[in-house]
Design a protein around this ligand. Sequence first.
Ligand code: GLU
Length: 382
Amino acid sequence: MVAALNPVIPAAAFDPGVCPRLVVKIGSSLLVDAAGAVRTGWLAGVVADLAERRAAGQEIVIVSSGAIALGARRLGLEKGGRASLEDAQAAAAVGQVALAGVWEQLLGQAGLTAAQLLLTLGDLEDRRRYLNVAATIARLLDLKAVPVLNENDTVATAEIRFGDNDRLAARAAQAAGASGVILLSDVDGLYTANPASDPTARRLPVVEALTPEVMAMATGETRSGMGSGGMAAKLLAARMAGAAGIALAICDGRVERPLSHFANAGGGTLFLPPRAAKGRKAWLAGRLTVNGTLTVDAGAAAALKRGASLLAAGVRAVEGRFKRGDVVAIHGPAGELLGRGLAGYDADDARAIMGLRNEAQAAVLGYAPRAALVHADHLVLI
Ligand code: GLU
């Protein structure tokens, strides 16, 4: 469902009073120019905006891309350092040093203290490490520092990386306890079609639900070819943020002082969170890696949507090797992702009892069955 509201409303959702803690993500193509140098003047304007917000009482966490683009230039690598994973890792190692220096300098000039956190996917997927990251960010904010996050691209491998900072920003927002994320981008929001080729395309100021129609509006391409996100990654980030009760806006970073511009003139696309999941459930919803998949029938899918636990009787297929307590994806009869949950059984036992009613399970298991395969308390719908 898409509502056309007053264009100023998206920005108002990120006012300090409404959103005491904000994550601002800055894309590579805004931060680094075509020749591979930092756009220091523009970035100083962003920092001035951030300093104003801080003075108004809003806590700020920055997610900064740009390491790969900056390092590629210094190393003379082709394709912006993205020709291979090894190139990207090497470029990030070199570029991150420069990037940290830029933030230290610009935030310092505005009287703010920069703090660097380089995170891998695993740091946010493993519950204990996630809580550790959350505690570090909370402490830094207590100390009035400004955390500047990036993916630790140098040690991340293809299988265990976010690959785009849009989703990293959404995930980090959960860890930071933020209620809003602003993705500063080289596009001014989500359009109904590609505005470059379709004159009827129009920008959506507010998206209330990420329906399949909305998801289909995105492509994975980036305009600059410099970052790695594209609109598809931004919509996934919006979904991830929304599942944790966090509002997310994509807004135009190509103007000077983009955050003031957004606050005064509106624009962009605001994705409203569908529900306010908290704590363990929010973490579950945002996980990218799962240990297995349970496919359920239509009756079970409907019951889950009413808030019920997942019973073995409604499970049609069990895939993967997981242990009790591992995270599993729950798919509907057509293979669509319904949610995630913590498995109540190891994969083998789950396979043995799928399709069986509770009274028939003991004979197969050799012990008294639990009430559910995935309990409602350990389950989150996506
Ligand atoms: N982490 C990458 C970098 O610093 C950027 C990822 C992205 O393009 O979103 O270069």
